[in-house]
Design a binder for this molecule. Structure first.
Ligand SMILES: [Zn+2]
Ligand SMILES: [Zn+2]
Ligand SMILES: [Zn+2]
Length: 584
Protein backbone atom coordinates (compact mmCIF):
# COMPACT_ATOMS: atom_id res chain seq x y z
CA UNK A 1 0.00 0.00 0.00
CA UNK A 2 1.43 3.35 -1.03
CA UNK A 3 1.32 6.18 1.51
CA UNK A 4 2.39 9.75 1.04
CA UNK A 5 3.73 11.99 3.78
CA UNK A 6 1.31 14.76 4.69
CA UNK A 7 4.21 17.05 5.49
CA UNK A 8 6.61 16.73 2.57
CA UNK A 9 4.67 14.60 0.08
CA UNK A 10 7.30 11.90 -0.34
CA UNK A 11 6.38 8.20 -0.44
CA UNK A 12 6.38 6.25 2.81
CA UNK A 13 6.80 2.49 3.09
CA UNK A 14 4.14 0.73 5.14
CA UNK A 15 5.79 -0.88 8.15
CA UNK A 16 6.01 -4.65 7.85
CA UNK A 17 5.06 -5.54 11.43
CA UNK A 18 1.72 -4.63 12.98
CA UNK A 19 2.48 -1.09 13.92
CA UNK A 20 -0.14 1.65 13.71
CA UNK A 21 2.31 4.37 12.65
CA UNK A 22 4.61 4.95 9.73
CA UNK A 23 7.52 7.35 9.78
CA UNK A 24 8.57 9.41 6.81
CA UNK A 25 12.18 8.68 5.89
CA UNK A 26 12.56 12.13 4.44
CA UNK A 27 11.22 14.48 7.13
CA UNK A 28 10.64 12.05 10.03
CA UNK A 29 6.96 13.00 10.36
CA UNK A 30 4.80 10.33 11.98
CA UNK A 31 1.75 9.20 10.07
CA UNK A 32 -1.16 7.45 11.76
CA UNK A 33 -2.27 4.25 10.06
CA UNK A 34 -5.29 3.55 12.23
CA UNK A 35 -8.23 2.60 10.11
CA UNK A 36 -5.78 1.73 7.38
CA UNK A 37 -4.58 -1.78 6.64
CA UNK A 38 -2.40 -3.47 9.19
CA UNK A 39 -4.07 -2.03 12.29
CA UNK A 40 -2.28 -3.30 15.31
CA UNK A 41 -3.06 -5.79 18.00
CA UNK A 42 -1.87 -3.90 21.03
CA UNK A 43 -2.89 -6.64 23.39
CA UNK A 44 0.01 -8.46 21.83
CA UNK A 45 2.32 -5.43 21.99
CA UNK A 46 1.55 -5.02 25.67
CA UNK A 47 1.52 -8.70 26.43
CA UNK A 48 5.03 -8.75 27.77
CA UNK A 49 5.15 -5.67 29.95
CA UNK A 50 6.74 -6.12 33.34
CA UNK A 51 4.53 -6.21 36.43
CA UNK A 52 3.70 -2.72 37.67
CA UNK A 53 3.39 -1.35 34.16
CA UNK A 54 0.25 -1.08 32.09
CA UNK A 55 -0.36 -0.09 28.53
CA UNK A 56 -3.59 1.29 27.14
CA UNK A 57 -4.52 2.08 23.61
CA UNK A 58 -6.13 5.49 23.08
CA UNK A 59 -8.14 6.45 20.00
CA UNK A 60 -5.11 8.29 18.66
CA UNK A 61 -2.22 7.08 20.72
CA UNK A 62 -0.74 5.06 23.49
CA UNK A 63 -0.72 5.45 27.25
CA UNK A 64 1.82 3.74 29.46
CA UNK A 65 1.45 3.90 33.21
CA UNK A 66 3.86 2.46 35.72
CA UNK A 67 3.74 2.70 39.46
CA UNK A 68 6.65 3.54 41.68
CA UNK A 69 5.54 1.23 44.42
CA UNK A 70 8.59 0.19 46.39
CA UNK A 71 7.77 -1.77 49.54
CA UNK A 72 11.11 -0.83 51.13
CA UNK A 73 9.64 2.64 51.78
CA UNK A 74 7.08 1.28 54.23
CA UNK A 75 9.77 1.55 56.91
CA UNK A 76 10.40 5.21 56.17
CA UNK A 77 6.68 5.94 56.09
CA UNK A 78 6.30 4.40 59.52
CA UNK A 79 9.29 6.34 60.87
CA UNK A 80 7.90 9.60 59.47
CA UNK A 81 4.57 8.90 61.09
CA UNK A 82 6.10 8.25 64.50
CA UNK A 83 8.50 11.21 64.17
CA UNK A 84 5.88 13.81 63.17
CA UNK A 85 3.42 12.27 65.61
CA UNK A 86 5.86 12.84 68.46
CA UNK A 87 6.51 16.43 67.39
CA UNK A 88 2.85 17.26 66.90
CA UNK A 89 2.39 15.85 70.39
CA UNK A 90 4.45 18.87 71.48
CA UNK A 91 1.98 21.23 69.81
CA UNK A 92 0.31 22.07 73.15
CA UNK A 93 3.49 23.49 74.64
CA UNK A 94 4.91 25.02 71.45
CA UNK A 95 1.74 26.22 69.75
CA UNK A 96 2.32 27.61 66.28
CA UNK A 97 6.07 27.93 67.06
CA UNK A 98 6.07 24.28 66.02
CA UNK A 99 6.25 25.43 62.41
CA UNK A 100 9.74 26.84 62.87
CA UNK A 101 11.09 23.67 64.50
CA UNK A 102 13.29 22.06 61.79
CA UNK A 103 12.51 18.54 63.09
CA UNK A 104 8.89 19.02 62.12
CA UNK A 105 9.84 19.74 58.53
CA UNK A 106 12.29 16.84 58.43
CA UNK A 107 9.48 14.51 59.47
CA UNK A 108 7.17 15.96 56.87
CA UNK A 109 9.87 15.58 54.21
CA UNK A 110 10.45 11.94 55.13
CA UNK A 111 6.73 11.32 54.88
CA UNK A 112 6.55 12.93 51.45
CA UNK A 113 9.47 10.86 50.11
CA UNK A 114 7.93 7.66 51.46
CA UNK A 115 4.51 8.52 50.06
CA UNK A 116 5.91 9.33 46.61
CA UNK A 117 7.68 5.99 46.48
CA UNK A 118 4.62 4.11 47.63
CA UNK A 119 1.71 5.63 45.77
CA UNK A 120 3.06 7.68 42.89
CA UNK A 121 2.69 6.74 39.25
CA UNK A 122 4.09 8.02 36.00
CA UNK A 123 1.93 8.24 32.93
CA UNK A 124 3.43 8.63 29.49
CA UNK A 125 1.05 9.51 26.70
CA UNK A 126 2.20 9.27 23.09
CA UNK A 127 0.15 10.64 20.21
CA UNK A 128 1.30 11.71 16.75
CA UNK A 129 1.49 15.31 18.03
CA UNK A 130 3.12 14.96 21.39
CA UNK A 131 4.78 12.79 23.94
CA UNK A 132 3.86 13.93 27.44
CA UNK A 133 4.91 12.72 30.84
CA UNK A 134 3.04 13.33 34.08
CA UNK A 135 3.66 12.07 37.57
CA UNK A 136 0.63 11.71 39.82
CA UNK A 137 -1.03 11.98 42.31
CA UNK A 138 2.01 13.84 43.70
CA UNK A 139 3.42 15.95 40.82
CA UNK A 140 7.12 15.18 40.70
CA UNK A 141 9.27 16.75 39.42
CA UNK A 142 7.75 18.52 36.41
CA UNK A 143 5.38 18.03 33.57
CA UNK A 144 7.19 17.37 30.28
CA UNK A 145 6.21 17.43 26.65
CA UNK A 146 8.05 16.54 23.45
CA UNK A 147 7.17 16.62 19.79
CA UNK A 148 7.58 13.04 18.50
CA UNK A 149 8.83 14.33 15.14
CA UNK A 150 11.99 15.53 16.88
CA UNK A 151 12.81 12.22 18.56
CA UNK A 152 15.57 10.15 17.01
CA UNK A 153 16.32 7.48 19.58
CA UNK A 154 15.50 6.51 23.17
CA UNK A 155 17.95 4.86 25.54
CA UNK A 156 18.50 4.02 29.19
CA UNK A 157 21.39 5.02 31.46
CA UNK A 158 22.22 3.64 34.86
CA UNK A 159 22.82 6.12 37.69
CA UNK A 160 24.79 5.14 40.77
CA UNK A 161 23.81 6.72 44.09
CA UNK A 162 26.33 6.49 46.88
CA UNK A 163 25.25 7.37 50.41
CA UNK A 164 28.17 6.67 52.72
CA UNK A 165 28.47 2.87 52.63
CA UNK A 166 25.24 2.07 50.80
CA UNK A 167 25.08 2.08 47.04
CA UNK A 168 21.90 2.09 45.02
CA UNK A 169 21.10 2.36 41.35
CA UNK A 170 18.30 3.97 39.40
CA UNK A 171 17.68 4.26 35.68
CA UNK A 172 17.02 7.31 33.55
CA UNK A 173 15.29 7.19 30.20
CA UNK A 174 16.89 9.55 27.70
CA UNK A 175 15.89 10.74 24.30
CA UNK A 176 18.15 12.02 21.53
CA UNK A 177 16.66 14.48 19.10
CA UNK A 178 17.56 14.79 15.44
CA UNK A 179 19.39 18.00 16.27
CA UNK A 180 21.73 15.94 18.46
CA UNK A 181 20.50 17.07 21.85
CA UNK A 182 19.88 14.67 24.73
CA UNK A 183 17.02 15.09 27.17
CA UNK A 184 16.03 13.13 30.22
CA UNK A 185 12.55 11.81 29.58
CA UNK A 186 11.96 10.00 32.87
CA UNK A 187 14.35 9.88 35.81
CA UNK A 188 14.87 7.68 38.86
CA UNK A 189 13.18 4.57 37.51
CA UNK A 190 13.74 1.97 40.21
CA UNK A 191 14.34 -1.10 38.01
CA UNK A 192 16.26 -1.48 34.76
CA UNK A 193 13.64 -3.71 33.16
CA UNK A 194 10.94 -1.06 33.72
CA UNK A 195 13.07 1.59 32.02
CA UNK A 196 13.93 -0.75 29.15
CA UNK A 197 10.29 -1.72 28.67
CA UNK A 198 9.35 1.97 28.50
CA UNK A 199 12.00 2.56 25.88
CA UNK A 200 10.86 -0.44 23.86
CA UNK A 201 7.15 0.39 23.89
CA UNK A 202 7.61 4.06 22.99
CA UNK A 203 10.05 3.21 20.20
CA UNK A 204 7.77 0.52 18.89
CA UNK A 205 4.83 2.89 18.88
CA UNK A 206 6.64 5.72 17.15
CA UNK A 207 8.29 3.40 14.68
CA UNK A 208 11.80 4.28 15.85
CA UNK A 209 14.28 1.52 15.07
CA UNK A 210 16.24 0.76 18.21
CA UNK A 211 19.91 1.61 17.90
CA UNK A 212 22.88 1.43 20.19
CA UNK A 213 23.75 4.75 21.86
CA UNK A 214 26.98 5.81 23.57
CA UNK A 215 26.78 5.46 27.35
CA UNK A 216 23.71 3.29 27.13
CA UNK A 217 23.14 0.74 29.90
CA UNK A 218 24.73 -2.63 29.00
CA UNK A 219 25.06 -5.52 31.38
CA UNK A 220 26.46 -8.56 29.61
CA UNK A 221 30.15 -9.44 29.63
CA UNK A 222 32.02 -10.36 26.45
CA UNK A 223 31.91 -14.02 27.39
CA UNK A 224 28.19 -13.93 28.14
CA UNK A 225 27.64 -12.24 24.79
CA UNK A 226 29.36 -15.03 22.91
CA UNK A 227 27.56 -17.82 24.81
CA UNK A 228 24.19 -16.16 24.50
CA UNK A 229 24.50 -15.66 20.76
CA UNK A 230 24.98 -19.42 20.35
CA UNK A 231 22.22 -20.31 22.80
CA UNK A 232 19.65 -18.01 21.21
CA UNK A 233 20.34 -19.41 17.76
CA UNK A 234 20.12 -22.98 19.05
CA UNK A 235 16.87 -22.35 20.93
CA UNK A 236 15.23 -20.56 17.99
CA UNK A 237 16.11 -23.49 15.77
CA UNK A 238 14.96 -26.14 18.26
CA UNK A 239 11.54 -24.59 18.91
CA UNK A 240 11.01 -22.99 15.47
CA UNK A 241 11.03 -19.51 16.96
CA UNK A 242 12.45 -16.30 15.57
CA UNK A 243 15.72 -14.88 16.85
CA UNK A 244 15.75 -11.09 16.80
CA UNK A 245 19.31 -9.89 17.52
CA UNK A 246 18.25 -6.28 18.27
CA UNK A 247 20.88 -3.53 18.33
CA UNK A 248 22.94 -5.59 20.80
CA UNK A 249 22.53 -8.89 22.57
CA UNK A 250 21.07 -7.46 25.77
CA UNK A 251 18.03 -6.48 23.77
CA UNK A 252 17.78 -9.59 21.63
CA UNK A 253 14.83 -11.93 21.91
CA UNK A 254 13.80 -15.39 20.81
CA UNK A 255 10.07 -15.28 20.18
CA UNK A 256 7.21 -16.90 18.32
CA UNK A 257 4.26 -19.21 18.75
CA UNK A 258 5.11 -22.49 20.45
CA UNK A 259 2.54 -25.17 21.43
CA UNK A 260 -0.30 -22.65 21.12
CA UNK A 261 1.35 -19.90 23.17
CA UNK A 262 3.16 -16.69 22.29
CA UNK A 263 6.54 -17.35 23.81
CA UNK A 264 9.35 -14.89 24.34
CA UNK A 265 12.73 -15.67 25.82
CA UNK A 266 15.23 -12.94 26.57
CA UNK A 267 18.06 -11.91 28.83
CA UNK A 268 16.87 -9.59 31.51
CA UNK A 269 18.71 -7.50 34.02
CA UNK A 270 17.51 -8.11 37.55
CA UNK A 271 18.02 -4.88 39.49
CA UNK A 272 17.32 -6.82 42.65
CA UNK A 273 20.13 -9.34 42.16
CA UNK A 274 22.27 -7.03 40.01
CA UNK A 275 22.96 -9.68 37.42
CA UNK A 276 21.72 -10.93 34.10
CA UNK A 277 18.93 -13.49 34.30
CA UNK A 278 16.87 -15.39 31.77
CA UNK A 279 13.23 -14.53 31.42
CA UNK A 280 10.52 -16.54 29.71
CA UNK A 281 7.15 -14.97 29.07
CA UNK A 282 4.10 -16.51 27.55
CA UNK A 283 0.56 -15.59 26.59
CA UNK A 284 -2.14 -17.74 24.99
CA UNK A 285 -2.09 -17.39 21.21
CA UNK A 286 -5.88 -17.67 20.96
CA UNK A 287 -8.31 -15.29 22.68
CA UNK A 288 -9.60 -16.40 26.09
CA UNK A 289 -12.96 -18.09 26.49
CA UNK A 290 -15.65 -15.93 28.10
CA UNK A 291 -16.25 -18.46 30.84
CA UNK A 292 -15.01 -21.98 31.27
CA UNK A 293 -17.18 -24.34 29.21
CA UNK A 294 -19.54 -26.63 31.08
CA UNK A 295 -18.87 -30.30 30.73
CA UNK A 296 -21.27 -32.94 29.56
CA UNK A 297 -22.08 -35.54 32.25
CA UNK A 298 -19.81 -38.12 30.61
CA UNK A 299 -16.80 -35.87 31.05
CA UNK A 300 -17.28 -35.44 34.76
CA UNK A 301 -15.47 -38.08 36.75
CA UNK A 302 -17.74 -39.93 39.20
CA UNK A 303 -15.43 -39.33 42.09
CA UNK A 304 -14.08 -35.96 43.18
CA UNK A 305 -10.46 -35.30 42.18
CA UNK A 306 -7.88 -36.04 44.83
CA UNK A 307 -5.55 -33.24 45.85
CA UNK A 308 -2.72 -35.20 44.26
CA UNK A 309 -4.53 -35.19 40.92
CA UNK A 310 -5.18 -31.46 41.24
CA UNK A 311 -1.56 -30.67 42.12
CA UNK A 312 -0.20 -32.84 39.35
CA UNK A 313 -2.08 -30.72 36.82
CA UNK A 314 -0.02 -27.70 37.88
CA UNK A 315 3.28 -29.48 38.19
CA UNK A 316 2.98 -32.14 35.48
CA UNK A 317 6.01 -30.83 33.62
CA UNK A 318 7.99 -30.36 36.83
CA UNK A 319 8.80 -27.00 38.33
CA UNK A 320 12.17 -25.24 38.24
CA UNK A 321 14.33 -26.12 41.23
CA UNK A 322 16.66 -23.12 41.17
CA UNK A 323 16.65 -20.96 44.27
CA UNK A 324 15.38 -17.48 43.51
CA UNK A 325 13.31 -18.52 40.51
CA UNK A 326 10.07 -16.59 40.25
CA UNK A 327 6.77 -17.17 38.51
CA UNK A 328 4.09 -14.54 38.09
CA UNK A 329 0.70 -15.05 36.55
CA UNK A 330 -1.73 -12.32 35.55
CA UNK A 331 -5.52 -12.63 35.71
CA UNK A 332 -6.81 -15.66 33.76
CA UNK A 333 -3.20 -16.51 32.91
CA UNK A 334 -3.21 -14.05 30.05
CA UNK A 335 0.48 -13.54 30.81
CA UNK A 336 2.88 -15.85 32.59
CA UNK A 337 6.36 -14.69 33.59
CA UNK A 338 9.19 -16.87 34.58
CA UNK A 339 12.40 -15.42 35.93
CA UNK A 340 15.33 -17.77 36.00
CA UNK A 341 17.81 -16.61 38.67
CA UNK A 342 20.83 -16.91 36.33
CA UNK A 343 21.57 -16.31 32.73
CA UNK A 344 21.13 -19.64 31.00
CA UNK A 345 23.06 -20.25 27.81
CA UNK A 346 22.30 -23.97 27.69
CA UNK A 347 19.91 -24.76 24.85
CA UNK A 348 18.63 -27.99 26.45
CA UNK A 349 17.96 -26.26 29.75
CA UNK A 350 16.21 -23.35 28.01
CA UNK A 351 14.11 -25.76 26.02
CA UNK A 352 13.13 -27.63 29.17
CA UNK A 353 12.14 -24.38 30.86
CA UNK A 354 9.99 -23.34 27.90
CA UNK A 355 8.17 -26.68 28.01
CA UNK A 356 7.73 -26.38 31.75
CA UNK A 357 6.09 -22.98 31.36
CA UNK A 358 3.74 -24.15 28.63
CA UNK A 359 2.80 -27.16 30.79
CA UNK A 360 2.10 -24.82 33.67
CA UNK A 361 -0.09 -22.63 31.46
CA UNK A 362 -2.02 -25.67 30.26
CA UNK A 363 -2.46 -27.01 33.79
CA UNK A 364 -3.62 -23.60 34.95
CA UNK A 365 -6.25 -23.48 32.20
CA UNK A 366 -7.47 -26.99 33.13
CA UNK A 367 -7.76 -26.13 36.81
CA UNK A 368 -9.57 -22.92 36.05
CA UNK A 369 -12.12 -25.00 34.13
CA UNK A 370 -12.31 -27.57 36.95
CA UNK A 371 -13.05 -24.62 39.20
CA UNK A 372 -14.36 -24.73 42.74
CA UNK A 373 -13.45 -28.37 43.32
CA UNK A 374 -9.75 -27.46 43.14
CA UNK A 375 -9.87 -24.61 45.63
CA UNK A 376 -9.41 -26.53 48.92
CA UNK A 377 -6.20 -28.07 47.51
CA UNK A 378 -5.01 -24.74 46.14
CA UNK A 379 -5.59 -23.17 49.55
CA UNK A 380 -2.84 -25.37 50.98
CA UNK A 381 -0.34 -24.01 48.43
CA UNK A 382 -1.56 -20.44 48.88
CA UNK A 383 -0.54 -20.75 52.53
CA UNK A 384 3.09 -21.45 51.52
CA UNK A 385 4.62 -18.11 50.47
CA UNK A 386 7.99 -19.77 49.83
CA UNK A 387 6.55 -22.08 47.19
CA UNK A 388 7.40 -21.16 43.60
CA UNK A 389 3.78 -21.56 42.53
CA UNK A 390 2.37 -19.54 45.43
CA UNK A 391 1.59 -16.45 43.35
CA UNK A 392 0.15 -18.52 40.51
CA UNK A 393 -2.09 -20.44 42.88
CA UNK A 394 -3.38 -17.28 44.56
CA UNK A 395 -4.22 -15.86 41.14
CA UNK A 396 -5.90 -19.12 40.14
CA UNK A 397 -8.12 -19.03 43.24
CA UNK A 398 -9.18 -15.49 42.39
CA UNK A 399 -9.88 -16.47 38.78
CA UNK A 400 -12.03 -19.41 39.89
CA UNK A 401 -13.90 -17.17 42.34
CA UNK A 402 -14.60 -14.60 39.63
CA UNK A 403 -15.64 -17.23 37.09
CA UNK A 404 -17.99 -19.18 39.38
CA UNK A 405 -19.49 -15.96 40.75
CA UNK A 406 -20.31 -14.80 37.23
CA UNK A 407 -21.85 -18.13 36.27
CA UNK A 408 -23.58 -19.23 39.45
CA UNK A 409 -23.33 -16.45 42.03
CA UNK A 410 -26.52 -14.66 41.02
CA UNK A 411 -28.68 -17.69 41.93
CA UNK A 412 -26.72 -20.56 43.43
CA UNK A 413 -29.97 -22.29 44.50
CA UNK A 414 -31.03 -23.05 40.95
CA UNK A 415 -27.79 -24.81 40.02
CA UNK A 416 -27.46 -28.50 40.85
CA UNK A 417 -24.30 -30.56 40.78
CA UNK A 418 -24.47 -33.22 38.09
CA UNK A 419 -22.59 -35.60 40.31
CA UNK A 420 -24.50 -35.19 43.60
CA UNK A 421 -27.68 -33.37 42.44
CA UNK A 422 -27.02 -31.08 45.37
CA UNK A 423 -27.53 -27.33 45.06
CA UNK A 424 -24.60 -24.94 44.72
CA UNK A 425 -23.56 -22.78 47.64
CA UNK A 426 -21.05 -20.06 48.40
CA UNK A 427 -17.74 -21.26 49.80
CA UNK A 428 -14.91 -19.18 51.17
CA UNK A 429 -11.29 -19.62 50.16
CA UNK A 430 -8.26 -18.26 52.02
CA UNK A 431 -6.00 -16.52 49.46
CA UNK A 432 -3.66 -14.88 51.96
CA UNK A 433 -3.75 -14.45 55.71
CA UNK A 434 -6.00 -11.41 55.35
CA UNK A 435 -7.68 -12.03 52.02
CA UNK A 436 -10.49 -14.45 51.28
CA UNK A 437 -12.49 -15.02 48.12
CA UNK A 438 -16.04 -16.27 47.71
CA UNK A 439 -16.52 -18.96 45.11
CA UNK A 440 -19.48 -21.14 44.19
CA UNK A 441 -19.75 -24.87 43.75
CA UNK A 442 -21.69 -27.96 44.78
CA UNK A 443 -22.52 -27.89 48.48
CA UNK A 444 -21.37 -31.48 48.86
CA UNK A 445 -18.42 -32.06 46.50
CA UNK A 446 -17.74 -28.41 45.53
CA UNK A 447 -17.36 -29.10 41.83
CA UNK A 448 -18.53 -26.29 39.55
CA UNK A 449 -17.80 -27.53 36.06
CA UNK A 450 -20.87 -29.66 35.35
CA UNK A 451 -24.01 -28.01 36.71
CA UNK A 452 -27.69 -28.36 35.87
CA UNK A 453 -29.84 -25.25 35.94
CA UNK A 454 -33.17 -26.24 37.48
CA UNK A 455 -35.33 -23.34 38.56
CA UNK A 456 -38.37 -25.37 39.64
CA UNK A 457 -38.86 -27.72 42.60
CA UNK A 458 -37.13 -31.09 42.53
CA UNK A 459 -39.13 -34.24 43.26
CA UNK A 460 -37.54 -37.50 44.29
CA UNK A 461 -39.31 -40.18 42.28
CA UNK A 462 -39.32 -43.90 43.04
CA UNK A 463 -40.68 -45.53 39.87
CA UNK A 464 -39.42 -48.87 38.63
CA UNK A 465 -40.77 -48.08 35.13
CA UNK A 466 -38.87 -44.79 34.83
CA UNK A 467 -35.81 -45.19 32.61
CA UNK A 468 -34.40 -41.66 32.67
CA UNK A 469 -32.13 -40.42 35.45
CA UNK A 470 -34.19 -37.27 35.62
CA UNK A 471 -36.80 -35.46 33.54
CA UNK A 472 -38.06 -31.91 33.57
CA UNK A 473 -41.87 -31.97 33.54
CA UNK A 474 -44.60 -29.40 34.22
CA UNK A 475 -42.31 -26.94 35.96
CA UNK A 476 -40.70 -29.57 38.16
CA UNK A 477 -37.67 -31.78 37.84
CA UNK A 478 -38.31 -35.43 38.60
CA UNK A 479 -35.21 -37.28 39.69
CA UNK A 480 -35.18 -41.07 39.61
CA UNK A 481 -33.88 -42.17 43.01
CA UNK A 482 -33.92 -45.82 41.94
CA UNK A 483 -31.18 -44.97 39.42
CA UNK A 484 -29.34 -42.29 41.41
CA UNK A 485 -29.35 -44.48 44.55
CA UNK A 486 -28.10 -41.78 46.88
CA UNK A 487 -29.56 -38.66 48.42
CA UNK A 488 -29.84 -35.31 46.70
CA UNK A 489 -31.69 -32.04 47.25
CA UNK A 490 -35.43 -32.48 46.76
CA UNK A 491 -38.62 -30.72 47.89
CA UNK A 492 -41.12 -33.61 47.65
CA UNK A 493 -41.29 -37.39 47.20
CA UNK A 494 -43.42 -39.39 44.79
CA UNK A 495 -43.58 -43.14 45.01
CA UNK A 496 -45.08 -44.33 41.73
CA UNK A 497 -44.05 -47.96 41.66
CA UNK A 498 -41.52 -49.37 44.12
CA UNK A 499 -40.90 -52.48 46.15
CA UNK A 500 -40.87 -52.54 49.94
CA UNK A 501 -37.09 -53.19 49.82
CA UNK A 502 -36.55 -50.03 47.78
CA UNK A 503 -38.67 -48.03 50.21
CA UNK A 504 -36.72 -49.38 53.14
CA UNK A 505 -33.41 -48.50 51.55
CA UNK A 506 -34.60 -45.01 50.63
CA UNK A 507 -36.02 -44.48 54.14
CA UNK A 508 -32.75 -45.54 55.77
CA UNK A 509 -30.80 -43.01 53.66
CA UNK A 510 -33.20 -40.18 54.47
CA UNK A 511 -33.33 -41.15 58.15
CA UNK A 512 -29.53 -41.11 58.40
CA UNK A 513 -29.03 -37.92 56.36
CA UNK A 514 -26.70 -35.59 58.22
CA UNK A 515 -26.85 -32.70 55.74
CA UNK A 516 -27.68 -29.71 57.95
CA UNK A 517 -29.69 -27.94 55.24
CA UNK A 518 -31.79 -30.92 54.21
CA UNK A 519 -32.40 -32.56 57.59
CA UNK A 520 -34.98 -30.11 59.03
CA UNK A 521 -37.01 -30.13 55.80
CA UNK A 522 -38.05 -33.80 55.80
CA UNK A 523 -40.63 -33.49 58.57
CA UNK A 524 -42.31 -30.71 56.58
CA UNK A 525 -42.23 -32.60 53.29
CA UNK A 526 -45.05 -34.34 51.43
CA UNK A 527 -44.65 -37.91 50.22
CA UNK A 528 -47.24 -38.96 47.65
CA UNK A 529 -47.87 -42.58 46.79
CA UNK A 530 -49.32 -43.63 43.46
CA UNK A 531 -52.73 -45.30 43.29
CA UNK A 532 -51.37 -48.50 41.80
CA UNK A 533 -48.44 -48.82 44.19
CA UNK A 534 -49.02 -51.36 46.91
CA UNK A 535 -46.82 -51.01 49.95
CA UNK A 536 -46.77 -52.95 53.18
CA UNK A 537 -48.14 -51.38 56.36
CA UNK A 538 -44.59 -51.34 57.69
CA UNK A 539 -43.26 -49.32 54.72
CA UNK A 540 -46.09 -46.82 55.15
CA UNK A 541 -45.33 -46.51 58.85
CA UNK A 542 -41.64 -45.86 58.15
CA UNK A 543 -42.50 -43.18 55.56
CA UNK A 544 -44.95 -41.52 57.94
CA UNK A 545 -42.32 -41.38 60.64
CA UNK A 546 -39.92 -39.50 58.32
CA UNK A 547 -42.05 -37.18 56.20
CA UNK A 548 -44.56 -34.53 57.33
CA UNK A 549 -47.46 -36.01 55.38
CA UNK A 550 -47.94 -39.21 53.40
CA UNK A 551 -50.85 -39.25 50.94
CA UNK A 552 -52.17 -41.40 48.11
CA UNK A 553 -52.00 -40.09 44.44
CA UNK A 554 -53.13 -39.35 41.84
CA UNK A 555 -49.64 -38.60 40.63
CA UNK A 556 -48.55 -36.93 37.47
CA UNK A 557 -47.69 -40.35 36.06
CA UNK A 558 -51.16 -41.76 36.87
CA UNK A 559 -52.98 -38.82 35.33
CA UNK A 560 -51.06 -38.83 32.07
CA UNK A 561 -51.48 -42.59 31.65
CA UNK A 562 -55.19 -42.68 32.44
CA UNK A 563 -57.97 -41.59 30.10
CA UNK A 564 -60.04 -38.57 31.17
CA UNK A 565 -63.13 -40.73 31.77
CA UNK A 566 -61.36 -42.81 34.37
CA UNK A 567 -60.11 -39.88 36.36
CA UNK A 568 -63.27 -39.51 38.45
CA UNK A 569 -62.98 -43.13 39.47
CA UNK A 570 -59.38 -42.68 40.56
CA UNK A 571 -60.25 -39.64 42.62
CA UNK A 572 -63.01 -41.59 44.39
CA UNK A 573 -60.65 -44.41 45.04
CA UNK A 574 -58.03 -41.99 46.30
CA UNK A 575 -60.34 -40.60 48.95
CA UNK A 576 -61.02 -44.03 50.32
CA UNK A 577 -57.33 -44.96 50.30
CA UNK A 578 -56.11 -41.75 51.93
CA UNK A 579 -58.95 -42.22 54.39
CA UNK A 580 -57.66 -45.64 55.26
CA UNK A 581 -54.14 -44.27 55.77
CA UNK A 582 -55.44 -41.61 58.12
CA UNK A 583 -57.42 -44.21 60.03
CA UNK A 584 -54.58 -46.64 60.50
ZN1 LIG B 1 7.89 13.64 5.03
ZN1 LIG C 1 16.59 2.75 21.90
ZN1 LIG D 1 -21.42 -32.39 43.90
Amino acid sequence: MALTCKQCGSDILTPTDDQPWARCANCQAVLSLTGAEGSTDLAQAGAFLPPGMSLRRLSDGLQITYNWFNPSYFGLAFMALVWTGAIIGGFNSLGWWLLIVPHFWVGLGMGAVALINLINRTRITVTPDQLSIVHFPIPFPLYRRFDPILLKQLYVKEVKHQHKSSVSYTYDLYVTTWSGRNHKLVTKIKAAHLALALEKEIERFLGIKDQSMPGEFRWLSERENRQLWQAWHGLAKALSLKFDPGPFLEKSTVAGVYRGYHLQVDAFYSSQHRRACTRIQLAPASPPLEASPLLTPEDLPDLPLSSQQILSLLTSGGIPREKGAQIEVSADAQKIYYEHPQLSADVEQLRGLCDMMVNLAEGYAKLRAIGAEAVPTLEALAAKPEHLLNGAVRQLMQDIAADTTTRVGHQPDSFYCRRCLTRCAAHSGQVTLIKTVTYYGCRTCRQSQALLEWPGPVIAVLDSRMTEKWVAQAGTVRVNWLLHRSLFDFEAVEIVQASDEDIERFAVQVGNDTDPLRKPDYELMTCRIGLTCHLSENSLRVLRSIFGSVERGPLLADVSETATDDRREIEDQEQSVSGSIAAS
